[in-house]
Design a protein around this ligand. Structure first.
Ligand SMILES: *Cc1c(COP(=O)(O)O)cnc(C)c1O
Ligand SMILES: [Zn+2]
Length: 409
């Protein structure tokens, strides 16, 4: 039983069949999955969702597959909790963390989008999957395609963190390290895609892939007790996660699972790559591409595919954006670790530092509910912090050596 009606152009609303298509032939707008919400509404309820296992497929009627999913049965339903210590440090009353640093199986929110993309790729008859990645996507496609039984070719910028390279290689994909930045990798993949019948998860089957990010928003709403927060700070690379969190809240409202959400969206980007934040600050409709230079490599997309839609959603909700320096990113990682005991990667450092900045600038009020989106794992980006966390105290294996070094208790 399928609830997919087809694909629809985000610009001119022309309709297409639900195949491996991603751009409108008429206006070059990007395509989006269209659902039969009336039929979904007859079937899906909060009770039915709550009765299902704790993974992304508990929302399967709102995800773009025709039949049953084939992978991702342990992905999603990551921790969500009130972060008292971080809230106190930032001087706010009600701060929550949604923690995808422990998302299964590869420790970032990309496992959500990839589980959906591969389940759809199988339905569309693909045997090989591929992707252009800033790192986490490579890990996730490598792992989940091993599980789902696809052939795979993964493209990454050559200068990625060691843990992200090893964390792909261990699953034995064909891993292509491209001498260029992500935007160049992406352009190359689009060209390769015209020569090979592969499912590039974030290119030719992007409309399906992107829908997986809605589950991050669905879970936030469900875990808050079926309501949306008043403010949510989201790390932005292509801008897709931000757009889809908002779409997720709106779909839950449409189905009567939530009151009308008044949630304001905030984009968090690194100063060395902040085209979406620039568009917000300038009140512009145009995303000017930049050349990324930041330690937040997972967010280093200079020409963001969904940048326009992200800026639009932020404007629609009355939100804003913040860009933070590499130094602030490292401080953000350390602050989260030392207050909440969570080691996030550079993208999480961006989000925490951006939340701090937005609160200090009074863009986010101190007495309303705020969700901070932690999307990746710190063990993958150790290079960023290794010179900023001190060293262990080295001693001989005897009591006097210990006491020589420890003067207090
Ligand atoms: C890819 C990524 C993002 C941003 O994703 P977009 O949907 O492209 O904006 C955020 N955090 C982490 C850790 C990522 O890997
Ligand atoms: Zn169109």
């Amino acid at each position: 039983m399928t609830f997919i009606r087809g694909l629809r152009c985000r610009e001119c609303a022309r309709e297409y069949p639900a195949k491996a298509l991603y751009v409108c032939e008429y206006c070059f707008g990007s395509l989006e999955v269209d659902y039969d919400y009336a039929a979904i509404s007859r079937k899906l309820s909060r009770q039915l969702i709550e009765s299902r296992p704790p993974n992304i497929w508990r929302y399967k009627e709102l995800l773009p597959i025709d039949g049953e999913p084939s992978v991702g049965f342990h992905t999603g339903m990551t921790p969500f909790f009130k972060a008292h210590n971080l809230g106190r440090a930032l001087g706010v009353k009600e701060l929550y963390i949604k923690d995808d640093s422990v998302c299964h199986p590869t420790l970032s929110f990309k496992d959500r989008v990839v589980s959906v993309a591969l389940s759809r790729a199988k339905e569309l008859g693909f045997e090989t999957v591929a992707c252009a990645s800033t790192g986490n996507l490579a890990n996730s496609v490598s792992a989940l395609s091993a599980k789902a039984g696809f052939k795979r070719t993964i493209f990454i910028p050559a200068d990625l963190e060691a843990a992200k390279i090893i964390g792909s290689l261990v699953y034995a994909p064909r891993l292509m390290a491209v001498e260029g930045n992500y935007d160049e990798v992406n352009r190359l993949c689009a060209e390769i895609g015209t020569h090979y019948k592969w499912a590039f998860v974030n290119i030719n089957i992007r409309p399906y892939y992107a829908e997986g990010s809605k589950t991050y928003g669905f879970e936030v709403a469900e875990q808050m007790g079926w309501k949306a927060p008043q403010h949510i700070v989201v790390p932005a690379a292509s801008g897709s996660l931000l757009v889809k969190i908002w779409k997720g809240f709106k779909e839950f409202y449409k189905l009567g699972f939530l009151e009308e959400p008044t949630c304001r969206l905030y984009a968090a980007q690194a100063f060395g790559c902040h085209p979406i934040v620039t568009a917000i600050e300038e009140g512009s409709d145009i995303i000017k591409p930049v050349k990324p230079k930041t330690i937040a490599k997972s967010l280093a997309i200079g020409n963001p595919a969904d940048g326009y839609y992200a800026a639009d959603a932020i404007r629609e909700t009355g939100g804003w954006g913040a860009a933070v320096t590499d130094e602030e990113i490292v401080d953000g990682i350390k602050l989260l670790a030392q207050t909440e005991g969570i080691f996030t990667e550079t993208a999480g450092g961006v989000t925490v530092a951006a939340a701090k900045k937005l609160i200090e600038q009074k863009k986010i009020p101190r007495d309303e509910s705020i969700v901070v989106c932690v999307t990746g794992q710190g063990l993958k980006t150790q290079e960023a912090v290794q010179d900023h966390v001190g060293k262990p105290i080295r001693i001989k294996p005897n009591l006097s050596s210990f006491q020589e070094h420890v003067k207090d208790n």
